[in-house]
Design a protein around this ligand. Structure first.
Ligand code: N01
Length: 543
């Protein structure tokens, strides 16, 4: 629908398309938001920068990219037909399988007709006369929407450190978070990987098997646990599908939104022999469940040290060269930075064509025409891979010029760290919602159930507003302050808030250090969201 609307200063008129909801991003959050919005009979459009759906799984197509949450749980549950019919083939799905699933969902629910691809939202400005959002895209589209929903993802704004000389480099340059769609093969090439986070740890074994020589530039070593990925057992799948609802319900009672056993014993309450057995059993099982060996690993440093020692011993047993093993061994809190999950990572360093370069002692100084220069030598390279992560949680939101009441920018409001009510909404920005925004459990949980809970909360809220003749909803300042204080308070209880990770924004120069996700757990968080609704949107003003 398009009609003539008076502009803010009343001096001119413009023809602007009117929508109920604009959704930014066509990842799992944006797709479900679109589906639910359309079920309510509201007009909606998704704007998506890429030329396909899938978000994270659209962009992160580097070799070895794989989800470290089990496939049977890393999937939508809103449609029982979908979850019964879809067949995952591996315990942990590789990126192409997840992207295929995203494409299937888009087709099955006929989503593409309301998604405009290859279009970046440049700005979203709250118009105080119309009480609507004026949205402008990179290709000059302008629309007005009653609600603006940011489904931009938590790890979607790639971070490329500004090394001097990068533009002079004559070789190929890649970022794991923005991998090209065509096949890249490093056979016969000298390749440098900068970074040793999850993306590097997953891709290094593959690069090592292709490249003539692989140089891994490591600033901080990371803990990683073998995935022990395997084809899914059809009998196990049958059993899960016979009571999928049961599995989903159990998962919702767990802090991370995953049906995993919850430990009841502390590491220091057990004998060294029993402790070792428990770590060994979790190690053999593989994956992030390793941290569920004992209940105190993320709360007591001495308990944490027992887990860290166990993993360091595994590194020494796996890596042939003692010096390389030592360099690969982290000496910080295990699980403080996001735990990595790998297939053959340390083993890759036993190959003659792989070199580990310690850039904590000998930092990267610059990039030359031919390669990378540290303070000790030049490494000639045919390709450089930045596995340098993301401006997490706030980066993608602040990449859009978002302005609320009185022209206040979100960038300005969050200059001392993100401030939200429930990670869903922020004062001074009426009718703007963030899916898995800072201040919500998001990255500390299984993302799919967290996304679904947010989408359902937002669409229920819009339904309530429509039923009660309300036009605007805005978080109250006091409610926001209390929530931010609560998020910070709970974060201080966990060792996770104590290190230089992307959770606290430490990986981005100049970013304020604040623990951004809500660590109180999925069930507590959902209870709070439901309580707010039960009390007539307590903490919000509806007008
Ligand atoms: O990014 P990271 P990532 N000079 O920030 C290094 C999710 N994910 O893309 O630690 C030299 O973890 C940096 O070094 P340091 C998952 O949540 C999930 O790997 O800052 N090095 C670090 O080693 C994950 O946590 C999966 O000293 C520099 C690396 O780059 C999140 O995404 C798979 C540097 C960045 O590591 C991010 O992971 C992949 C510099 N100037 C990702 N700047 C799954 O399996 C940065 N580094 C689901």
């Amino acid at each position: 629908m398009s009609y003539t609307q008076q502009s803010k200063d009343c001096s001119e008129t413009s023809s602007v398309e009117q929508l109920e909801v604009v959704i930014v991003g066509a990842g799992f959050a944006g797709m479900y938001m679109l589906h639910r919005t359309r079920q309510l009979g509201l007009s909606a459009r998704v704007y998506e920068t890429g030329n396909g759906v899938g978000g994270t799984w659209y962009w992160n197509r580097y070799p070895g990219a794989r989800c470290d949450v089990e496939s049977m749980q890393y999937s939508y549950q809103f449609s029982d037909e979908l979850q019964q019919e879809w067949e995952w083939s591996e315990k942990y799905s590789p990126q192409p399988d997840i992207l295929r699933y995203a494409d299937h969902v888009a087709d099955r629910f006929d989503l593409r007709r309301d998604i405009q691809f290859n279009t970046r939202v440049k700005s979203a400005i709250f118009n105080e006369i119309t009480r609507r959002w004026d949205i402008e895209t990179s290709n000059g589209n302008q629309v007005s929407a009653a609600f603006c929903v940011m489904a931009t993802g938590c790890l979607s704004s790639p971070n490329t450190p500004e090394f001097v000389g990068l533009s002079d480099y004559k070789g190929e340059v890649y970022h794991t978070g923005k991998w090209p769609q065509e096949d890249i093969d490093f056979s016969g090439m000298r390749v440098g990987v900068i970074g040793t986070g999850s993306s590097a740890i997953q891709s290094i074994p593959i690069f090592a098997s292709q490249a003539d020589h692989l140089y891994v530039f490591q600033r901080t070593p990371n803990y990683t646990i073998p995935a022990r990925n395997a084809p899914l057992d059809p009998e196990e799948v049958k059993e899960i599908k016979a009571d999928y609802a049961g599995l989903r319900a159990r998962a919702k009672t767990k802090p991370v939104g995953l049906d995993l056993p919850i430990p009841t014993q502390g590491a220091l309450e057990t004998s060294p022999e029993d402790r070792f057995q428990e770590f060994e059993s979790k190690w053999q099982n593989g994956g992030v469940g390793f941290m569920a060996a004992f209940k105190d690993l993320l709360f007591e440093e001495t308990a944490n040290e027992t887990a860290a020692d166990f993993v360091r011993q595994k590194i020494r047993e796996t890596v042939d060269d003692p010096k390389t093993a030592e360099l690969l061994s982290p000496n910080n809190i295990i699980g403080c930075k996001r735990l990595c999950v790998d297939t053959g990572y340390w083993e890759a360093f036993n190959r003659a064509n792989v070199s580990l370069i310690d850039v904590s002692r000998s930092p990267i100084e610059r990039i030359s025409e031919n390669g990378l220069i540290t303070d000790s030598r030049e490494y000639p390279l045919d390709a450089i891979v930045f596995a340098t992560g993301f401006d997490a949680m706030t980066g993608a939101l602040l990449n859009v010029d978002i302005r609320g009441c009185d022209g206040r920018t979100l960038k300005d409001k969050w200059s001392k760290g993100p401030k939200t009510y429930l990670g869903l909404s922020t004062t001074d920005f009426p009718n703007l919602f963030t899916i898995t925004g800072p201040g919500s459990p998001s990255v500390l949980t299984n993302m799919l159930p967290s996304i679904e809970q947010h989408v359902e909360w937002i669409t229920d809220c819009i339904t309530y507003m429509r039923a009660n003749g309300m036009q605007c909803i805005e978080a109250n300042q006091e409610a926001e302050n209390d929530w931010v204080e609560h998020v910070n308070q709970v974060a201080r209880l966990s060792l996770r808030s104590t290190c230089s990770s992307w959770y606290v924004g430490a990986n981005i120069e100049g970013k304020v250090r604040v623990f951004m996700p809500y660590i109180g757990g999925f069930p507590k968080y959902v209870e709070k969201c439901n309580e707010v609704v039960a009390n007539d949107y307590d903490g919000f003003t509806l007008s």
